[in-house]
Design a protein around this ligand. Structure first.
Ligand SMILES: O=c1[nH]c(=O)c2[nH]c(=O)[nH]c2[nH]1
Length: 303
C-alpha cells in the first residue's frame, strides 16, 4: 500500500485589516478579515520538506497588507487582485481568497455623521470569496448573520402529527432569523465589474432579501428562504445561483395563566437553542447542466 498526498491548500487565515481613506477630513474606514489559501504544486514540501515553491503564509499576510496601501476598493475587487497576483507564480494553479467586512456607521448618523468617529453595531458581515481553479476565477458575494424579525405575518401549520408531535399549529407567530447567503456572479459580471458595481449590487441584493422577508406572508421559513433566493435571481440575470442558510430563531409565547393573565401574542421567550435550520440553494434550471459548481465545496457548513 502506498500513501499519497490528496487535495491540499495552505495560506494565512483571518488577516485583520483596517484601511483608513483619509484623502479628505471626512475619513472612510474599511474593516476586513481576509483569508488567502493557495493550491497547486506543493507536493515537495509535504513529502520532503522542500520549500522551494512555498510562498510563506507570512508573505501572503504581508501581501494583503501591502495591497491595502493602494486602497481596498470593494472586497470582491481586492480579492480578485490578490488572486491574480498569486496566480502569476507557476506553482500556484488555484486558490481561495475570502473576506468578511464589518460594518461601521458614523457616530451621529442622524445628521451627516461624524467625520472620523464610528460605531460598530450589528453582528452582520458582508462576505466575498474568489475561487480559482483550472476553469478560471469565480466570484461569490454574500451576507452573514443579518438578524431580522417580523412580529406577525408568519404561520406554520399543516405538518404531519405523530406520537412525538407536540407543536401547536399557529396562524400568527414571530418569524426571526439570521440570514446568511452566498450568491455566485456569472463570469460576465465578475469580469467587468469594478468596486462600485460590486458595492451597488451587494446593497441591492441585501435590500431585496430584506424586503422579501418583510413582505411575504410566510407559511414556513422554507417558503421565505426560497422566496428570498428567487427574488434575487429574478431581479439580476447575472447572478447565477444563491444559497441561503437561516436558523429559525424560535420565540415561544409565555404562559401567563398561572398569574391570572392572558397573553394575546405579546410576551415571548426568545430561545437561543435549539433552533430550526433551514438551508436551500436556489438555482436556474438551465444553469446546472455541468452539475454542482466546484466553488460550493469550499464553503463550509452550508448546503
Ligand atoms: O417554518 C418552519 N419550518 C419548519 O420546518 C418548522 N418545524 C418547526 O417545528 N417549526 C417550523 N417552522
Amino acid at each position: 500500500m502506498s500513501i499519497v498526498l490528496g487535495p491540499n491548500q495552505y495560506g494565512k487565515a483571518e488577516v485583520r485589516l483596517l484601511r483608513v481613506d483619509r484623502d479628505t477630513a471626512r475619513h472612510r474606514i474599511t474593516d476586513l478579515c481576509v483569508t488567502s489559501q493557495l493550491r497547486g504544486d506543493f507536493r515537495a514540501t509535504h513529502v520532503s520538506g522542500d520549500n522551494t515553491g512555498v510562498i510563506a503564509t507570512d508573505t501572503q499576510k504581508n501581501t494583503v497588507q501591502a495591497f491595502a496601501r493602494d486602497g481596498v476598493g470593494s472586497p470582491e475587487t481586492f480579492l480578485l487582485r490578490l488572486a491574480r497576483h498569486f496566480l502569476r507564480e507557476p506553482q500556484v494553479t488555484g486558490g481561495r481568497w475570502r473576506a468578511e467586512q464589518y460594518g461601521w456607521q458614523r457616530i451621529g448618523a442622524r445628521g451627516a455623521g461624524h467625520d472620523h468617529a464610528f460605531v460598530r453595531g450589528a453582528a452582520e458581515r458582508r462576505t466575498a470569496l474568489v475561487h480559482a481553479d483550472d476553469a478560471g476565477l469565480t466570484v461569490l458575494a454574500g451576507v452573514q448573520d443579518v438578524t431580522v424579525l417580523k412580529s406577525t405575518g408568519s404561520e406554520f401549520s399543516g405538518f404531519p402529527r405523530d406520537r412525538y408531535t407536540t407543536l401547536a399549529e399557529t396562524d400568527d407567530r414571530i418569524l426571526a432569523t439570521d440570514v446568511t447567503a452566498w450568491w455566485r456572479y456569472a463570469p460576465s459580471f465578475a469580469e467587468a465589474a469594478g468596486p462600485r458595481e460590486f458595492d451597488e449590487r451587494h446593497a441591492a441584493v441585501r435590500a431585496l432579501l430584506l424586503t422579501t422577508f418583510a413582505d411575504l406572508h410566510s407559511l414556513a421559513l422554507q417558503q421565505t428562504v426560497f422566496a428570498m433566493g428567487r427574488a434575487v435571481l429574478e431581479a439580476f440575470d447575472d447572478i447565477a445561483e444563491i444559497r441561503l442558510s437561516c436558523p429559525n430563531n424560535h420565540h415561544f409565547l409565555v404562559d401567563l395563566e398561572p398569574f391570572g393573565l392572558d397573553n394575546p401574542g405579546e410576551v415571548f421567550f426568545a430561545a437561543d437553542r435549539p433552533y430550526g435550520l433551514i438551508e436551500a440553494a436556489v438555482q436556474r434550471q438551465d444553469g446546472q447542466a455541468g452539475g454542482e459548481h466546484p466553488v460550493w465545496a469550499t464553503i463550509g457548513g452550508f448546503v
